[in-house]
Design a protein around this ligand. Structure first.
Ligand SMILES: Nc1ncnc2c1ncn2[C@@H]1O[C@H](COP(=O)(O)OP(=O)(O)OP(=O)(O)O)[C@@H](O)[C@H]1O
Length: 308
């Protein structure tokens, strides 16, 4: 049987700055045509990992395999990566078209139509001679992505591409990323602190904390972990449990440390559940249908420290 195909594999990458480990034996595997959300707090090592993959910094330990090539000729293989790391590398006094032409020429990429195609793809076709320094933040980000797309990469790496964007800008980038994945079968690694947004974009998540990979999980697995449930708040969780077991005949529940009870069953029979609890004299302080969020999941994986 043919083994799994990988676009990128990092094997035990470690990197230190001034004696301080910022990447610790980082191993990740990226499969083709998927969108990976890289999640971590400030300083977790996301940018450093992206810089290591693209060759902007060098790990002291570990190895990188790109496109199944086992790192035979990394500089050559890296030509199939497009990236926007930290800031879009835009030349401010040039227009969007001039920026793209400049980078295209610099990289020796032929094809007259490419600049127009990329401008259309990122929605900057009508910006004419306007200098990039006068662009909105969203336009600058989209131009940065267009620059990253110049070589029609197989792997696209985007560090915080929606940072500072307004809601419309966020939606535009989300649509663009999804289109690149669906239409061009690109593999995309994207870091973001906006977890609700990432949840709408990514197909997989990689959680990094203090330079170590804590979890790699698919959207499907995440959904399984963040299953919808009825959240029942009361001062008498043992009575709630009794009703659930004896009257609703299910054991799919969990008592939380704050005394709420999560019921993963009977979601289509909310009225029956509510009535059974009330008829048993339980005073409920809350009764809502919820699904755990990516934020909660992230916090539970890193041990509840701070925000993403
Ligand atoms: N060139 C550098 N010199 C010294 N320390 C660095 C350098 N680059 C990164 N670091 C340190 O490495 C750690 C990881 O930084 P990194 O930028 O990779 O984190 P991050 O997860 O991208 O954070 P953020 O979400 O804030 O962008 C931080 O403690 C940072 O201060």
């Amino acid at each position: 049987m043919k083994g799994k195909e990988y676009i990128l594999r990092t094997n035990s990458l470690s990197k230190s700055y001034h004696g301080c480990r910022v990447l610790q034996k980082v191993s990740i595997d990226l499969e083709p045509g998927r969108i990976y959300g890289l999640i971590g707090q400030n300083g977790a090592g996301k940018t450093t990992l992206m810089r290591a993959i693209t060759g902007l910094t060098f790990p002291e330990e570990g190895s990188i395999e790109l496109f199944g090539q086992r790192g035979k000729d990394l500089p050559e293989e890296r030509k199939r990566i497009g990236s926007m790391i930290e800031y879009p590398s835009i030349i401010p006094y040039m227009s969007a078209g001039e920026n793209l032409t400049y980078y295209k020429t610099l990289r020796g990429i032929p094809g007259k139509a490419l600049v127009g195609e990329l401008l259309a793809l990122v929605g900057l076709k009508d910006t004419g001679r306007k200098a990039a320094r006068n662009f909105s933040l969203g336009m600058k980000q989209r131009l940065g992505i267009a620059i990253a797309l110049i070589g029609n990469p197989d792997l696209l790496i985007l560090d915080e591409p929606i940072n500072g964007l307004d809601p419309l800008g966020v939606i535009e980038i989300r649509e663009l990323i999804k289109r690149l994945c669906e239409e061009r079968h690109m593999t995309i690694l994207i870091s973001s602190h906006n977890l609700p947004e990432l949840y709408q974009t990514a197909t997989d998540y990689i959680i990094i904390h203090h330079g170590s990979i804590k979890r790699a999980i698919t959207q499907k697995e995440l959904e399984e972990n963040c299953k919808h449930h009825i959240l029942i708040g009361s001062m008498e969780p043992e009575k709630v449990v009794n009703v659930i077991e004896m009257q609703l005949h299910t054991d799919k529940y969990k008592v939380m440390p704050d005394k709420t009870v999560k019921l993963y069953d009977c979601l289509d029979e909310k009225e029956t559940v509510a009535k059974a609890l009330m008829d048993s004299g339980i005073i409920m302080t809350s009764f809502t249908v919820q699904g755990d969020t990516l934020e909660n999941y992230f916090l539970s994986v890193i041990g509840g420290e701070g925000n993403a």
